[in-house]
Design a protein around this ligand. Structure first.
Ligand code: SF4
Ligand code: SF4
Length: 372
């Protein structure tokens, strides 16, 4: 059976329309609903606007439930590495009780230590450690900014529930295969940006060049993302597929915990080539498209990717933004793990998918796709 994916244009009012179209029967009076989002790293300005989140909170409260906003602590240096600084950043970015109508709660605690271990039997993981907030809320609304990602190729609902609900140790386990290597040592100027931003102190400058200690590297990709000379490249040829699969496996465990009491929103606005963890400016891959929502995160991410890649047959704009990353694998693998289906129907509720964005079922940009 096809999954339903609903579409509205990029207006705050459309959020209410989407909310009303979804099955929100799990949001009962006096229940506690977790709104999972990413309020953007310090210096990033492309995250989902608080005005959209405020409307979602309003809809939750209309049903007599209480809402709170959440995200988890990060592996890398930045203002979201501990809970206190992260809450301050959320407020600085406009996410406070006064502006949104819900308090901010850190999903894995102030120090990132409030976690729960789930025993599983998956290809990469026998246990998955997740933020305790998953066990403590009655329902979930997952709000994702759909955009590119340096490691995963694209970040939507699946990435949000995977990395976004993972404990720090689980984040490390997912990243562990990623190793920074030089594209060419000649490009390295020895500027030290990577040294200053490495969360594990795994880099030093020797002979005017960066030198990496792979025994302590957690594969966070921070050095790769921040190198001003683009001197570093991940060895995707050997580890890209495993990383994609690990993200999908973690997402599947999260989804199995919250299945039947979750809805997902993907915002295809300011679709940047990099994720909201990146404190930098850039140009979007495509002009604003609109907002999608579904109860199926696989269908939602696949529809979002198709829309970004539509308009010109055979164009894979997602790969063009982050070359060499087989981004579709984590969505396909999540489908194989039973999280959802890529077979969807899109329902335009308010506004039309416009400006040349038309779904193209040829999927010439995705050679591994099997659905026609
Ligand atoms: S940030 Fe890039 S250029 Fe600067 S020292 Fe590190 S690898 Fe070299
Ligand atoms: S060396 Fe690079 S990838 Fe490894 S932990 Fe440090 S910043 Fe992260």
């Amino acid at each position: 059976m096809k999954s339903k994916v609903f579409f509205v244009g990029p207006d705050v009012g459309g959020v209410s329309t989407l909310f009303d179209a979804l099955d929100t029967s799990f949001i009962k009076p006096k229940s506690t609903i977790c709104v999972k989002l990413h309020w953007g790293e310090k210096g990033n300005k492309y995250f989902v606007s608080p005005s959209f989140v405020a409307r979602i909170v309003e809809k939750i409260r209309e049903k007599g439930a209480r809402a709170f906003l959440t995200d988890t602590t990060t592996l890398y240096h930045g203002q979201r590495r501990n809970g206190v600084d992260s809450i301050i950043l959320a407020h600085e970015h406009g996410f406070s009780y006064e502006t949104v109508g819900a308090p901010v709660v850190i999903g894995d605690g102030i120090l990132g230590m409030d976690t729960v271990d789930y025993r599983v039997n998956l290809k990469h993981f026998k246990s998955v450690r997740l933020a305790s907030v998953l066990s403590n809320a009655d329902g979930f609304v997952v709000v994702s900014h759909f955009k590119g990602h340096v490691g995963l190729g694209v970040g939507g609902a699946l990435k949000n529930i995977s990395m976004g609900f993972a404990s720090r140790s689980q984040k490390q386990a997912m990243h562990a295969d990623v190793e920074p290597r030089f594209v060419s040592p000649d490009r390295c100027t020895g500027c030290g940006v990577c040294v200053r931003n490495c969360p594990t102190g795994s880099i030093k400058i020797e002979g005017g060049k960066a030198k990496f200690d792979y025994s302590s590297c957690i594969g966070c990709g921070e050095c790769i993302a921040l190198c001003p000379e683009s001197a570093l490249r991940i060895l995707w040829e050997t580890d890209a597929e495993a990383f994609q699969e690990k993200v999908a496996e973690t997402a599947s465990v999260v989804y199995n915990v919250i299945r039947g009491r979750v809805i997902f929103f993907n915002f295809l606005l300011s679709v940047m080539p990099f994720c909201d963890c990146m404190p930098k400016d850039g140009e979007p891959i495509v002009p604003d498209i609109g907002i999608l929502a579904s109860s199926d995160p696989v269908a939602l991410d696949w529809a979002s990717a198709e829309l970004v890649n539509s308009g010109s047959a055979g164009t894979d704009r997602i790969s063009a933004a982050n070359p060499g990353i087989p981004w579709w694998i984590h969505i396909e693998y999540a489908e194989k793990l039973g999280v959802g289906t890529r077979d969807y129907e899109i329902i335009e509720l308010e506004g039309k998918i416009g400006r040349g964005y038309r779904l193209q079922r040829d999927r010439a940009w995705s050679p591994r796709t099997e659905i026609s």
